[in-house]
Write a protein that binds this ligand. Sequence first.
Ligand code: G3H
Length: 539
Amino acid sequence: MESLLDNLYPNAADVPQAWQLGAPLEQRDYLVGGELRHWDGPLATVRSPVWLKDNGQEQQVVLGHAPLLDADTAMTALDAAVQAYDKGRGAWPNMRVAERIGHVEAFLARMREQRQAVVKLLMWEIGKNLADSEKEFDRTCDYINETINALKDLDRRSSRFELVQGTLGQIRRAPLGVALCMGPYNYPLNETFTTLIPALIMGNTVVFKPAKFGVLLIRPLLEAFRDSFPPGVINVIYGKGRETVSAVMASGKVDVFAFIGTHKAASDLKKLHPRPHRLRAALGLDAKNPGIVLPRVDLDNAVEQALTGALSFNGQRCTALKILFVHEDVVEAFLDKFTRKLATLKPGMPWEPGVALTPLPEPGKIDYLDGLVHDATDKGARVVNEHGGRSRGSFFYPALLYPVSAQMRVYQEEQFGPVVPIVPYRDLQTVIDYVLDSDYGQQLSLFGNDPATVGSLIDIFANQVGRININTQCQRGPDTYPFNGRKNSAEGTLSVHDALRVFSIRTLVATRFEDDNKALFSDIIRNRRSSFLTTDYIF
Ligand code: G3H
């Protein structure tokens, strides 16, 4: 391990040509009212999780700088969005759906041109490996395409009239107003765009603030945003949330708040809104998804799924398996197989072929994880895997903790990193109680093949979490499936279809089914006197 850690960080010259950094990125641009504005104020230093060797010394890479906008400047972005929405009278919220789709398609084409630049920054800014960075970019493009198709379907269904109890009606979804969209650092592109794009395409105007890490990777997309949408429809701001977003929320001018992060930050921001009853929210929050290994189980599959579930992207996924309950009858065999498989995961830099374990972007994270491990070992757990918990710079080698008990911090805290707690159990009721009493309710995984036990647990857990995964890890995808959570884990449901609903409201035009009204509606439709009341069919 010593030599592995010694050789973990490369020299600058050893970074493959395609992923070399070049000069530091001095970003001073932000997007407001359809123009890239130059920020002359203070900047934040953007550091990479990657360290490089220089004359034998290892140093954290400084990637560049990003604007630290102040509250007044953030408010100019909000004002631009408010103006573009213009109380629902703006060109964007009134545009025909087919036209809005055209703008999003234009953006998607421009975005695709930036794949290499964004993928490179995903690796350097958050340490995501090349395969997963490419997947994040491509999945986001697919999501945009699927959103366009889902809206076409929705619009086609809305292009017909209904006649109920003598009332003729047409129901369409209309936008809500100004949306504030903020995403998480672990999926700075994908998760942000899963709210940003539906918000836009439904006719809302948007203020978007990138995540705390993964900031520079939005820069290659600013021109595409600027050129693809009318001025003020999408505005991109940077800086500390406390400075910028707090002012935006406190203004009371935000109608929809789309946020992926901690429940504490979400609550603090929501509380700032002076008219909370007018604020819609779509929130993806904390989670502590358990993996439950039953005594009758395909252990090889359980180990494989639990390993990727717990450790892909170093455990930095909201859907990661963050605690494993393993039945006493199989726990020794599980530990043995798990440690052997874990040892095959390759540590290294994000661009190295086959690499699975990479450095972590959050400052202070190594100390935090050390603290969790020490707390657990002080209270009777041991680190089962060789080298578990060793660290170097911002890299932390996964620690498999066993036996974990309720007194340990890691039993409850969301580690969001490469620490895998394993709790042995004999009585299934203790596991059921853990789920029932948990503050979180996103997903869980059940590993077992006894139909009676699995069937009854499905019924017990169906009222506890948003998704029960059988013999497979927890995950968000496919993106057409609902993604949500109970308790502190989420507010609202996101999926390709659901997101369109989250950012809009059903609006009905109705009349009594009488000759005069029929003639009136016919005229409006035939002579295209309304964008809303229309039977246009999008092909
Ligand atoms: O961080 C939370 C993500 O929504 C998880 O998505 O399950 O596809 O990794 P994923």
